[in-house]
Ligand binder design. Structure first.
Ligand code: ADP
Length: 246
């Protein structure tokens, strides 16, 4: 589903991704962990081309591109990547002047050009999947952070992407609201959605991930099943990171 080959990303003089190789199969849930500044968010943003990689190759479902320094991409080259992946952000990024239903419908109507009635019906069913059927007419400020993030997940699901990318989806939430969001993500994973999740929630990583990727200094420093990652003793940096966080 996703293939990343020798991906580099540079911001001016700072090389943030230093040759990432990663392959993710359909239906897999991959959790990305690592210290702050190791490039986790940049990797996610490169996968849906919110950031344009400096070099390397990227394939997401049927979209495929080779990147070269200085080359300019055309909009029609970006669009397939944006369509193939949905993104769930740390800060929800909902439109404040739109109801939950309107937020979920927005992409269906403006990007996919669905008729409004059909979009509303689909959006309502997505809100049902995240347990918010009765909140369709609420505005973001009338919802808790956990509910807003569930709307964010419904919005990503509504576009029927091949993969959903989660960028620290619970880190802005009060601790008592984290569980409801993780529960929605867990059920999505169980339904076979392909997911890449940047998170510090180690119990989620342990229970839900098919594979954990540990980033450090812009490279993938370790990768394996949760068992392999949590019981490894050969990688000092990973050991240090886990001792700090768990
Ligand atoms: P992580 O998600 O692991 O905390 P990030 O991918 O957010 O790491 O950031 C990695 C490094 O890239 C950091 O040093 C950060 O300051 C830098 N960085 C991220 N985005 C930009 C940007 N748009 N411009 C310049 N530097 C950036």
């Amino acid at each position: 589903m996703i293939q990343v080959e020798d991906l580099h990303k540079r911001f001016g003089d700072l090389e943030v991704l230093k040759g990432i190789h990663l392959q993710i199969d359909e239906g897999e849930t991959v959790v990305v962990i690592g210290p702050s500044g190791s490039g986790k968010t940049t990797l996610l943003r490169c996968i849906n081309l919110l950031e344009i990689p400096t070099s390397g190759r990227l394939q997401v479902a049927d979209a495929n591109l080779v990147f070269q320094p200085g080359a300019h991409l055309k909009m029609r080259e970006l669009i397939p990547f944006r369509r193939n992946s949905g993104m769930v952000f740390q800060g929800y990024n909902l439109f404040p002047h739109m109801t939950a239903l309107q937020n979920v419908m927005e992409g269906l109507v403006t990007v996919l050009k669905w008729p409004k009635a059909k979009a509303a019906e689909h959006a309502a069913s997505m809100l049902g999947k995240v347990g918010l059927r009765d909140k369709r007419d609420a505005y973001p400020h009338q919802l808790s952070g956990g509910q807003q993030q569930r709307v964010g997940i419904a919005r990503a699901m509504a576009m029927n992407p091949h993969v959903i990318l989660f960028d620290e989806p619970t880190s802005a939430l009060d601790p008592e609201l984290v569980g409801e969001v993780l529960a929605v993500m867990r059920s999505l994973a169980q339904e076979g959605m392909t997911m890449v999740v940047v998170t510090h929630e180690m119990s989620f990583a342990r229970d839900v991930a098919d594979r954990i990727v540990f980033m450090d200094g812009g490279v993938i420093a370790a990768a394996g099943t949760p068992d392999e990652i949590f019981h490894q003793d050969g990688n000092q940096r990973l050991g240090q990171f886990l001792r700090r966080i768990v």
